[in-house]
Design a protein around this ligand. Structure first.
Ligand SMILES: Nc1ncnc2c1ncn2[C@@H]1O[C@H](COP(=O)(O)OP(=O)(O)OP(=O)(O)O)[C@@H](O)[C@H]1O
Ligand SMILES: [Mg+2]
Length: 348
């Protein structure tokens, strides 16, 4: 049996990101392995625990699980924990790697009984594969089409029972029939500062780095509610402490975060670019997503799934049917005066 906790199985498809191998290895090293080690999301943890316990008591494979939420909140980590906690092997794939029904058929037919199949970015799977997945999830069976035209026949193929864990940053893009076939959907929320401080305390301990509580809290409050960002900022603070000496205290935190353009409330360069564009070029909005994306030189999908959820959550941006609007808080944060004569935006 394969080790369910392995971090880089051969078929793990990692989406291209600007992160280096070292960053990915660092991320892997800090991943909690058990539900008890997983910080925050107490509701989701309780729900998952019950689902796994019930399956274990009945000696059956756990129901399919959908993990939804912005990047870096712990979806991949939870998928690994599900396999680890239920002592099952884990197979990792991703939507972009499944571009034909045949890709999925090959994957499904090679699963061993009880295996956990993780499909990251499941909203990016090919439509033909999605349809095959419906039957596979429901009946552990697929129909394989052989031949073309009038002579085409479908051959049913029984599969080993498995648990599908899907992850998505865009649950709205999943077709309803697919969404409905998951026994449980976990919507991951942004973390509060106290939870992120705990994530950082754990990471600092694993890195044997002495970071005082006030410095941890400062990093936490500038991490956009996201454990991945908290860990990454900690790494920059550690770099700073190593190079400059003087420890990883408040001073190192301030200096390192300033160097990397993390502003006092944790907004990064792209967050600020989006807000500045709406405020200065579009008079506060409303502006359509695509226009906004082109103006800041980013993909619309990145703006929508990476930038906006946090700006909405902290009340700096609203999404209206006519487009995105910067709120009063955003103007204030950027230090730009709003035109006050009969302003259209007074009530946002
Ligand atoms: N609840 C948590 N407690 C402790 N660490 C966490 C938690 N959630 C995430 N992390 C840390 O944050 C990092 C990113 O988490 P993960 O890769 O699971 O995010 P993700 O939701 O899969 O992101 P993406 O959508 O980009 O794939 C992990 O390396 C892990 O160390
Ligand atoms: Mg992930």
């Amino acid at each position: 049996m394969t080790d369910p906790t392995r971090d880089d199985p051969a078929d793990l498809v990692i989406r291209p990101t600007p992160e280096s191998d070292a960053e990915l290895a660092f991320e892997g090293a800090l991943r909690p392995r058990t539900l008890a080690e997983f910080v925050g999301q107490s509701k989701v943890r309780g729900q998952l625990q019950l689902l796994l316990d019930a399956a274990a008591m009945q000696s059956r494979t756990p129901d399919h699980i959908l993990l939804a939420g912005p990047p870096g909140l712990g979806k991949t980590t939870l998928a690994m924990i599900v396999a680890h906690e239920s002592n099952r092997p884990l197979r990792m794939s991703s939507g972009p790697a499944i571009q034909h029904a045949g890709d999925l058929a090959a994957l499904l037919s090679s699963l061993v009984p009880g295996e956990v199949l993780f499909i990251d970015e499941i909203h990016r799977m090919a439509r033909s594969a999605e349809e095959m997945l419906y039957l596979a999830m429901e009946d552990f069976r697929i129909d394989i089409m052989v031949g073309k035209g009038a002579g085409a026949t479908s051959i049913p193929l029984d599969l080993a029972p498995f648990t599908l864990v899907g992850a998505t940053t865009r649950s709205g893009l999943l077709p309803n029939p697919l969404r409905d076939r998951f026994g449980f959907t976990a919507n991951l929320e942004f973390y509060d500062d106290v939870e992120l401080e705990e994530v950082l305390a754990r990471a600092a301990r694993l890195l044997a780095l002495d970071v005082p509580a006030d410095a941890r809290l400062e990093i936490a409050s500038r991490s956009r509610g996201t454990p991945r960002i908290a860990n990454r900022l900690l790494r920059r603070v550690r770099d700073y402490a190593i190079v400059r000496g003087g420890g990883a205290g408040m001073e190192a935190v301030h200096a390192a975060l300033e160097l990397y353009d993390v502003d006092p409330i944790g907004l990064d360069r792209l967050d600020r670019a989006v807000l500045e564009m709406i405020v200065t070029r579009f008079d506060g909005g409303p502006v359509g997503l695509n226009t906004l994306a082109v103006s800041v030189g980013e993909e619309a999908e990145t703006i929508e799934s990476v930038v906006e959820p946090f700006l909405v959550r902290i009340g700096m941006l609203t999404r209206t049917p006519r487009g995105r609007v910067a709120t009063r808080r955003a103007w204030d944060h950027l230090g730009v005066r709003r035109p006050d004569s009969g302003s259209l935006f007074d009530d946002v």
